[in-house]
Ligand binder design. Structure first.
Ligand SMILES: NC(=O)c1ccc[n+]([C@@H]2O[C@H](COP(=O)([O-])OP(=O)(O)OC[C@H]3O[C@@H](n4cnc5c(N)ncnc54)[C@H](OP(=O)(O)O)[C@@H]3O)[C@@H](O)[C@H]2O)c1
Length: 338
């Protein structure tokens, strides 16, 4: 009998996730009921927000409960179907596949993917998936970029940052990325067309921004928080916008996350600081995918997927997001593509 292997939350991590925070459990697969599908997961998306879901801090979805399968977004193939709308062999995205080999997915919560020729399946969890939506709506809807404005992104060589920066270039912005290490910075300027890059591990960020953004900063696409956010925030021009996408530097800590030291700048410089969560934009996903698909076809958007083989590697691999030792959208290969 086929068993389902899965990661279950044993207790809430105290700091960075360690493997003993989760249990590896194997269980028999349940019988399908009418309207359900058995999906064999192929790729699992690892995201910084996974660490938030493991905590019981205030968040935008209910925390994963102790003893529950770890939540995560997957792409898989239908192996059994008790739905008229799906057939074995269909490639699908269950609503939340989870950190597991198989997902029993209700048909109404399952999206069929039409994989375009020449596009790898992994792209549907990155540039043509939640990552692309985050970059697209964060920059365009919240940031409202205008031609000639200066856009600075933190975690710029990461999954979201690298796409958002390229959209900024398409919209005519002067784009500067902040990333860890010379190789990532070179990729931004030499391959993706960014106008400048700051290696925050080797350079003083504020001084580098002064050099690379001579007219100040109009838009901060904020992914990191802390000292990096402070350096960008304190250089925002009048009517500047902070797109508050993420605060990854604080995800392993407990307690409130500090904001910019000089709150008064928001008043004096008429700044807009606006947080957003990509799930609020799912109804408009088609808009984003149409533009992103066209830009990919035109060679104006490039991306990288970093695939780690083996679901057993998921807990260890999540750490790569916090050390930056991954290169592009971080994914786990749970099983082979059909
Ligand atoms: N609001 C939303 O709906 C939404 C949706 C998706 C993602 N996000 C947020 O977007 C951000 C990026 O997510 P992603 O999935 O694209 O991951 P990612 O950028 O591919 O990976 C995270 C990156 O963060 C950087 N980083 C980690 N800890 C850091 C620290 N202490 N100081 C400076 N940089 C640090 C690392 O970049 P370096 O190698 O350059 O150090 C790492 O590569 C996260 O904050 C995430 O929570 C938000």
């Amino acid at each position: 009998m086929t068993k389902n292997g899965k990661w279950v939350l044993r207790h809430r991590p105290q700091a960075a996730l360690v493997e003993t925070d989760l249990d590896w459990v194997q269980e028999a697969l349940p019988e399908l009921r009418d309207g359900e599908l058995l999906v064999r997961n192929i790729y699992l998306s690892l995201d910084p927000t996974n660490r938030i879901w493991m905590s019981d801090r205030e968040q935008y979805l209910p925390p994963v409960q102790i003893g529950d399968t770890m939540r995560g977004t997957t792409i898989g193939v239908v192996e059994q179907s008790r739905s008229d709308r799906f057939a074995p062999g269909d490639i699908v995205m269950p609503a939340m596949g989870g950190w597991q080999d198989y997902t029993v997915s209700p048909e109404r919560m399952t999206r069929k993917l039409n994989v375009a020729p020449g596009i790898p399946l992994t792209a549907y969890l990155s540039v043509l998936g939640p990552t692309g939506l985050t970059a697209y709506f964060g920059l365009l809807d919240i940031g409202q970029p205008k031609e000639g404005e200066t856009l600075v992104l933190s975690a710029a060589a990461g999954a979201v940052g690298s796409i958002a920066g390229q959209i900024g270039k398409i919209k005519g912005c002067h784009v500067v990325g902040i990333a860890g290490g010379a190789a990532k910075c070179d990729w931004l300027t030499e391959e993706l067309g960014f106008d400048g890059a700051v290696d925050y591990k080797a350079q003083e960020v504020g001084a580098a921004l002064d050099r690379l953004c001579p007219t100040g900063i109009d838009i901060d696409f904020e992914n990191v928080g802390g000292a990096i956010m402070e350096a960008v925030f304190s250089r925002l021009n009048r009517n500047g916008r902070m797109i508050l996408c993420g605060l990854i530097s604080a995800y392993n800590d407990e307690g409130p996350v500090p904001g910019p030291a000089d709150f008064g700048r928001i008043l004096m410089q008429r700044l807009t600081v606006r947080g957003f969560i990509v799930i609020d934009y799912l109804a408009r996903a088609g808009e984003a995918f149409a533009d992103l698909g066209r830009w990919i076809a035109e060679g104006r958007i490039k991306w990288k997927d970093h695939v780690v083989p083996g679901l057993e590697k998921a807990p260890d691999s999540l750490q790569l997001l916090f050390t930056g030792q991954h290169d592009g959208k971080l994914l786990i290969r749970v099983s082979d593509e059909p």
